[in-house]
Design a protein around this ligand. Sequence first.
Ligand code: DLL
Length: 434
Amino acid sequence: MQYFQKEIETMSKADKRALQSERLVKMVKYVYENQKPYRAKMDAIKLKPSDIKSIDDIYKLPYTVKQDLRDAYPFGMMARPRKDLVRLHASSATTGKLTVAGYTQNDIDVWGDCAARSLVMAGADKDSVIHVAYGYGLFTGGLGMHYGGEHLGAVVVPASAGNTQKQIQLISDFGADIICCTPSYIIYLTEEIERLGLKIGTDIKLKGGVFGAEAWSEGMRADIERRLGIRACDIYGLSEIAGPGVACDCQFKTGMHFQDDHFYPEIVDVNTLEPLPMGESGELVITTLTKEGMPLIRYRTRDIASLNDDPCPCGRTSVKLNKITGRSDDMLIIRGVNVFPSQIESVLLKDENITPNYHINVDRVNNLDTMEIVVELSPNVKVDEVAHVEEIRKKLAANMASALSVSAKITLVTPGTVARSEGKAKRITDNRKL
Ligand code: DLL
């Protein structure tokens, strides 16, 4: 069995628990002393760092939510001065403001280790050629897997997203054995590979891949594995905690091994926020145990999932995260990009040619996510002035693409056409089947 850090990955449950306890105690003290917003939450319930004596006390600690990060935008949640940070990442938030995450060099190294552990689970080693087709930039996918590959000592090809023909040429010419991208993109790449008549095993030598950033099904996994002849692993992460590599499947696919020496997972009831027993489904809450730049205690991810603690034949002893089944907020993930309806609304509100009555249709066509925004024209616009209406549509499509970082089809309709609701507006129809 291949491991990247065997001692940690196969540590006994008792030793792991002791390590988690030691780290949590230190982490709570560190956060109390260095992260003002969280200190205020602890003070409000008269909780002192000394009240936390082991990992069993974690439930006493207050939650951190995305709104805390937004309120502290951009640097209020950092526990270190800016001079100690070496990198900033960010992801979309419900308002125009991004959710920012700052990393120290040590945070980047820990993340690199976790991403390397994930790549090894997918079958990589130091002789691998790792093709990274996640986007590079504020999104953590590209750089996260890039550093993971370098930590492993493998050759990394920083292809980034887009330009499918070139991606296939690089995968073939450089002999990549491991690929990292979203599940929907690997299906698209596979279709193109098949259309070009390339031979699996000779032209395309892929052995494994880590696919994440969006939900995907066991059916999709079986399809990818069969068509490409590879091991397809699910990988989980979020920029607030660390990008890809917080958890990842091994070859036995018994659930994603959670890197629980650095990130402690809990599942809580979505309504009562009470901790749930192993195996039950609820909201995933994560506590960083070693993070320096922006540590987070009991961060509510809004992802719905369950954990399992069954032994895995690979020998890794970490707790496992079962597939993410949904979200407890209205965030959509379109081709790996997080989109909140409120971001769409803020673009619509800035355009006087339209009204903010809209509906979002999401679908999956040829294995790629599509998004259509149906929006009503303002009564001042004459619908029979076709050229003018087309101009409005084009401008709106461009503004939307730049605000959301993903394209959407804009359909303009006459005033009064979008269905009104008496209660809470139902603005989204998601026809994607997992
Ligand atoms: O999506 C980090 C990442 C990049 C993970 C590449 C895996 C691969 P964010 O943009 O901050 O970070 O989005 C985080 O994406 O809360 C989940 O809702 C969703 N997500 C991430 N991985 C998975 C997965 C990256 N394997 C949000 N399955 C998370 C389902 C996932 N959803």
